[in-house]
Design a protein around this ligand. Structure first.
Ligand SMILES: Nc1ncnc2c1ncn2[C@@H]1O[C@H](COP(=O)(O)OP(=O)(O)OP(=O)(O)O)[C@@H](O)[C@H]1O
Length: 458
């Protein structure tokens, strides 16, 4: 960046706008009445604050979506907050530039873009986007148009949209996805549609390559566990019965600026058919809560609380025989491992977003629990692959469960809940010490009496 301009002034007097590029942030200062100045916040359809005054805006470079000079028009798009705890909003700053200022404006825009997209961070990602209009309380299509699409357009992403019209549609499309055409698959739905995309990848003619296309969630479902695990709890959209989608811009920013990270997937077979799972599998009460409350989707995540209470009162048990190969049962060690992994991830994450960061090494195993990342599913390259499917062979299908290290539970249970987390929904940290690439499935078994719940990693 040495020699690159760090400051730009456009206009004068009441029309003056100053742009300052700091080490990791951009400062935009406009005259107090600048909403009528040369630098006008335009495209009001995208920006609910377009007519309000934002005389001074300070944003991290990560939040800079685009800067450029198009003819005589200087364009700048950022995601900015009015107050620390306010949601991110899309802010466009545009204005005509005099001939005398054109060179300086173009040079500043170039320097800003270079800083805003450091190292190997690709601009204008090519995105396959699935939007499920029926997910959660059915607001996804409206949210897409109002909140998400304007952000992707501002970042000049290349969009290929599918509004799903039926079950399995996303899975069928993912199974045939032209893999060189997209940099990421964006799923605006809940976890169900993400499950479909992964199972579509598994059915692809080139499954390993398919699994290397990152999947990035924009939460609009009921549980949205993957989005919450990746982006943090603030990304949840339905905090109550209400419609509260204010932080979805964080998820959109992740699509534009996030770096792929790996995550474990697991397989299960049912009725002789193999499926891919990325979050959890359940038998008994938990599955009944999910399926039984399907007609209550309009309630958002609250449907699970209602369903849980109902199922606890019902107190039904299921005849289950469960064999687990125990990897770890020392809870203190699990917590220590989790804390160490998080600290390492946070340090790596901070380093990655500095403008001078080295590009991430290809195929390196990214640190777990990084925030704001797309998910690149583990493609099992280290494992034996089945010739017929191209997927890793199932590992424990023929295991001798009488061997050392295995434990077997053979009694009626209220539920089995196995998966990766930590969150399985906005209010439930079901697998608190789970890490994205620890190679383990965390298992909870619930007896009829609360005192005898068992929890382990296998
Ligand atoms: N147009 C459609 N009509 C009906 N179902 C659809 C349509 N498009 C997709 N689906 C199905 O909707 C199901 C539910 O979607 P998804 O699980 O993503 O949302 P959700 O259940 O509201 O959220 P979560 O899984 O986070 O609780 C998926 O299994 C998908 O196949």
């Amino acid at each position: 960046m040495s020699g690159a301009p760090t400051h730009l002034s456009l206009g004068s007097g009441a029309n003056l706008s100053n742009f300052s590029l700091g080490h990791n942030e951009l400062l935009i200062e406009r005259a107090a009445d600048s909403n009528v100045s040369t630098i006008l916040p335009e495209r009001t359809h995208a920006n609910q604050y377009a007519t309000e005054k934002w005389p001074k805006v300070r944003v991290p470079l990560r939040n800079v979506l685009w800067a450029g000079l198009d003819g005589a028009l200087f364009e700048l798009s950022v995601l900015a907050k009015k107050k620390a705890k306010a949601p991110l909003n899309l802010l466009h700053v545009t204005g005509s530039v005099s001939d005398a200022d054109k060179h300086a404006a173009a040079a500043f825009a170039d320097a800003l873009m270079a800083a805003a997209y450091p190292a190997a961070l690709q601009r204008q990602r090519r995105l396959k986007v699935f939007i499920n209009p029926k997910s959660g309380p059915g607001k996804a299509a409206a949210l897409w148009r109002k909140k998400i699409e304007p952000i992707f357009r501002a970042a000049k992403c290349d969009l290929d949209l599918t509004f799903t019209s039926r079950r399995q549609e996303a899975q069928d499309i993912a199974a045939e996805l032209p893999l060189d055409r997209y940099d990421a698959v964006v799923v605006m739905s809940g976890d169900g549609l993400i499950h479909e995309v992964f199972n579509g990848y598994a059915a692809h003619a080139q499954p390993a390559k398919a699994f290397s296309i990152p999947v990035a969630p924009i939460p609009s479902g009921s549980g949205n566990a993957l989005a919450i695990n990746l982006l943090g709890i603030d990304v949840r959209i339905f905090s109550s019965f209400g419609y509260d989608a204010q932080d979805l811009a964080v998820a959109a920013l992740n699509v534009i600026k996030g770096r792929p990270m790996s995550t474990d997937l697991f397989s299960f077979t049912q009725g002789g058919k193999r499926h891919i799972s990325f979050m959890s599998q359940s038998i008994g009460l938990i599955a009944d809560v999910d399926l039984g409350t399907d007609p209550l989707r309009f309630m958002g995540g609250q449907r699970f609380i209602l369903g849980f209470i109902y199922e606890v009162i019902r107190c039904k048990t299921h005849p289950l025989k469960v064999s687990i190969k125990v990897a770890d049962s020392d809870k203190r060690k699990m917590v220590r491992d989790m804390q160490a992994a998080r600290a390492q991830a946070q340090a790596a994450h901070a380093a990655l977003d500095t403008p001078d960061a080295e590009p991430p090494k290809a195929q390196s195993s990214p640190p777990p629990q990084q925030q704001e990342q797309a998910v690149e599913a583990s493609n099992g390259e280290q494992q034996h692959q089945s010739e017929s499917t191209g997927l890793p062979e199932l590992k424990f299908a023929d295991a001798d469960v009488d061997d050392d290290g295995w434990v077997t539970f053979d009694r009626p249970l209220m539920y089995l809940y196995a998966g990766k987390g930590p969150f399985v929904g906005p209010d439930v940290v079901q697998f608190p010490v789970s890490l994205p690439t620890d190679g383990l499935i965390d298992v909870t078994l619930q007896d009829r009496t609360a005192q005898s719940a068992a929890s382990t990693s296998g």
